[in-house]
Every structure is written in C-alpha cells, then in structure tokens.
Write a protein that binds this ligand. Structure first.
Ligand SMILES: Cc1ncc(COP(=O)(O)O)c(C=O)c1O
Length: 395
C-alpha cells in the first residue's frame, strides 16, 4: 500500500478522511490501528537533547503518537489550525473559557448553554473576577447591544442541547470580532461533519467527544479545535494545565472516529423518522427538531448545517408527573440517562425553568429529550407505543 500523498489527501471526502487520517501503519509495525501509547517518562538519547527538549515527544502530558493522531484527524475535519484534547466535554468548555478570558473581563453566554458551563461561569469565573451575561440564543446581530468594552468572549451552543434553539453563529461572530471578542462554540450536537465551525467564524470549537466521537457510551473525552489566531494560546493554556485524557480513551476515540459519519447519518435518519412519528401522536404537543420545517431556526439550520444528529426533544400535552414517570419508567429499549450520542437510545425528562435567566422556558407541557440510537426504528416505536398506553392509563 502506497503512502497517502498530500494531493490525494486534499481531494478526499469526509468519510474517506475519517477512515484514513491519523493513521500510519509504518508507525504501528504494519498493524492497522496505532496502539494506545502509555507513559509519563520519555527517554532522551543524550544530555544535549535532554536540555534542549528538541525531540518530538518530551513528557507524557505534552502528547504521544496516539494523542497526536487524534488531534491531526480532528484538526483536518474541523478545518482548524490545531486541536487539544482534555478528559471530558466540560473540561473542553473550561479550557476554552480559560484561554479567552482573564480577570476583569466580561463573557456573553447563550441562555441555552450546557448547564454545567453556566455553573463554572457563575461560580469559578465569578471568583476570578469575570462577569457573565446570559443572552437569548436567537439574538443574532442583536448581541451588539450586550457588548461592553471588556467583553472578551461569546460562548454559543447551536443548537442548545435540550431546547434546540439555532443560533446565527456567523452574525454573532461578525459582531463579536468587530468588538475584539473571541467566539467559542459548543458544537457537540452537529460535530464538524454537520457544522464547519471555523468556516462560520468560530475561533474555538468545543466537542464533547464523549458523545458521537465515542459513539459507544464507554468513555469521556473533550476536544477543542482553534483557528490560527487562537491555537497558540489554547495550546499553551491546556499544556500548562496538564490535563491530558487517558491513553485508552484516546485510542477508543480514534476507533470511534472511523465510523462516526456512518453512525451520525444513521442517527439522523432514525431521529427524523421518530420525530415525525411523534409529531403525529395525540399525546404530543410539539416536537423540537431543527431539521423539521416548523422549527423556528429551520432556515438558519438549512443555511449553515449539513445535517442533524440523533438528539431532539418533544413537549407532551399537559399530564401529571406520575403519568410522565409511568411513560418513561416502563421503557424496555430506551434507557434513562443524561449523556448521549451512543449506539443505544435514551430519554430524559428536563425542565429549564430553574436556571434560565435571559429567556423564559414555558413549553406548555412536560419536556422529554431523546437520543436516538441504532435499534430498529419499528422496535423503538413499539417501546414508545407501550409507553403512551401507560401514560394514558396514569393520566
Ligand atoms: C452539549 C454538551 N456539551 C458538553 C457536554 C459535556 O460533556 P462531558 O459529559 O464529556 O463532560 C455535554 C454533556 O452532556 C453536552 O450535552
């Protein structure tokens, strides 16, 4: 097998990229996959090399062939200048914020952001003298009115991973950049396959690789890709914090990368089928899925995104908490759990009223989020059908 030339590499479509990037059989004795390099100590051939630290690998926390392979592949599919790895999606949000902000700065965060990111801003960033203002996810260019002279970062998440508001990221980025602020985006829902973050003006893009990159609900990992302007500072911050993910998790994430597009496309197909089926159910008030034409952000989703993933929500017509519990507790295929993006389907009831501050969450009935996996869609419908029978009986 010949080595991939730069010219062929540049011509590859995303599925071929996912299969071939970050892989070099010469480096792994001919075996297809690179092993998980483990280690703290890296040996140097002589004192001169030890003192100058001029060799490629210098210490376990600074990177290994395994971490470099994942970073190189992710950088390529994200269209970034570089990528750093951390042990969870939440720590990816944290290192991106720590890179962009310092004492006395102001942060704008979408009201629909992942709730633990809010907790980090409200407690830790506040203690460090950084103030946060939450904004309507659908604010678009209106974000200009919230910019202050010390606004140094805007954290977007599009769509919000419970309520699925689509943000006008290019418009927000234009305003933020005009004010000298950095644009961060949690791109976990779409992954770079369905939303090219840096081409849409994002400086640092966060991915909870725990979800679709892993795809098997058996590891935690976070990735932050950055453009040319921000990668140096991001790399320095992450390196100084010395929080690499474990080698087995990086190895498994690389394995997940190979099938990520297939899984994502299948999750998209299944989720759309289930969303349409749920929209026609008499127990359902509405379905919140950006790829459905009645979604308020559908036009922006069509303009900016290349697909939708397997995560969406529904609002039930008003019923008691006991009826919702009867619906969910008896599900046999669809599990109850918070993380998502795995091969198995999940559901979680949610309520944003307690923490939203810039927008009001009043959906008109109980809200449930689904992460649709790879089971046969007819079996999933049958599981839900039995759930609706229990719900009606308990209502
Ligand atoms: C949108 C989003 N971002 C980040 C995270 C955090 O990822 P992790 O569980 O790897 O910390 C999650 C987890 O649910 C999430 O839904």
């Amino acid at each position: 097998m010949a080595k991939l030339t730069d010219q062929t590499r540049a011509s590859l479509r995303s599925r071929s990229r996912l299969v071939h990037l970050g892989r070099d059989s010469a480096q792994s004795q001919g075996f297809v996959n690179l092993p998980p390099f483990r280690g703290s100590t890296v040996l140097y051939p002589d004192v001169a090399a030890l003192k100058s630290r001029s060799q490629r690998y210098t210490y376990g926390t600074h990177g290994t062939p395994t971490t470099e392979a994942l970073c190189a592949a992710w950088t390529d599919i994200a269209g970034a200048a570089g990528t750093v790895l951390v042990p969870s999606g939440l720590s990816a949000i944290v290192v991106a914020l720590m890179t962009a902000l310092g004492a006395g700065d102001h942060l704008l965060m979408t009201d629909s952001a992942y709730a633990p990111a809010r907790a980090f801003a409200n407690k830790t960033l506040k203690r460090m003298g950084i103030e946060t203002t939450y904004c309507d996810p659908e604010i678009g260019v209106g974000i200009a009115a919230l910019m202050r002279p010390n606004t140094k970062a805007v954290l977007t998440e599009s769509p919000g991973s419970q309520t699925f508001e689509i943000q006008d990221v290019p418009a927000i980025a234009e305003v933020a950049h005009a004010h000298g602020a950095c644009v961060l985006m949690d791109n976990t829902w779409a992954t770079p396959l369905f939303f090219a973050p840096h081409a849409h003006g994002v400086d640092m893009a966060i991915e909870a690789g725990t979800k679709y990159l892993s795809g098997h609900s058996d590891l935690l990992i976070g990735l932050v890709s950055a453009n040319e302007a921000w990668f140096g500072k991001l790399h320095q911050t992450t390196d100084q914090m010395a929080i690499p993910p474990g080698p087995e998790d990086v190895f498994l994430a690389l394995r997940g990368l190979r099938s990520m597009e297939l899984r994502l496309r299948e999750a998209e197909r299944q989720a759309l089928a289930l969303a349409r089926w749920l929209a026609a159910r008499p127990e359902v008030l509405r379905v919140i899925h950006p790829a459905l034409p009645d979604h308020p952000g559908h036009a922006i989703w069509r303009r900016d995104f290349a697909g939708s993933s397997g995560l969406f929500s529904i609002i039930l017509k008003p019923v008691s908490e006991a009826a919702v519990a009867a619906f969910l507790d008896g599900l046999e295929l669809i599990g109850l759990g918070y993380s998502w993006g795995g091969y198995e389907s999940l559901a979680v009831p949610f309520d944003c009223t307690s923490y939203r501050t810039a927008t009001r969450w009043a959906p008109g009935g109980p809200a449930i989020r689904f992460s649709v996996g790879l089971e046969d869609i007819e079996d999933l419908k049958a599981d839900l059908e039995r759930g609706f029978v229990r719900l009606r009986a308990a209502a």
